[in-house]
Design a protein. Sequence first.
Length: 208
Amino acid sequence: MRAPRTEVPLGESKTMRDVIHNGHETEIRLLRELDANRLHEIGAGYTSSVIYRVKKTEDDAHTTITMALEELEKPYDKRWEVDHDMDVSYETVVQQGHSLGAYAGEKLVGIAIAEVIAWNRTLWVWEFHIDPEYRGKGLGRHLMERLAEEGRSARCRVMVCETQNTNVGAIRFYRRAGFEVGAIDLSYYTNHDCTDFEVAVFMKRFLE
């Protein structure tokens, strides 16, 4: 059981506002509770016409893992299944006080669920999503920068996001936001991830 951190209300200096979408002011602030239904709506999945094909070669002298961009014959569509046990876990993470929401009025249009892992000083970003209507307006970058501030305040040295080789759009966004590929796990989901198409990619952004 994780011990929740006492939340400190955001002061005006820690609140980001910007005119992002059709003249509507958007505000980034700490999440007070998890809106699971809204999370499932804006983080429903993704579609990609390209992937990073992952290959591994290994012998006694060398081990090499490569990611090569490849066009697909038809777009890959990924839809996430609703996991109520995960929702319960995320609610506990939110109560730590490091997760953020982006709001247009009272409507949640962006979400970042993040947890401090104390032993290695990591801010682990479990979920990061922007409402499709608000993408391409700079909101994602604002939310990520605010999350980086949260990580530094918690004395974290690095932020980590998990994505997949099939989610090229996410990898490109993370790179623009200062991340780089930190690890590739060839058996994170199953024992046959490489042959089953989907491989876990861990993106890292160093905070110090």
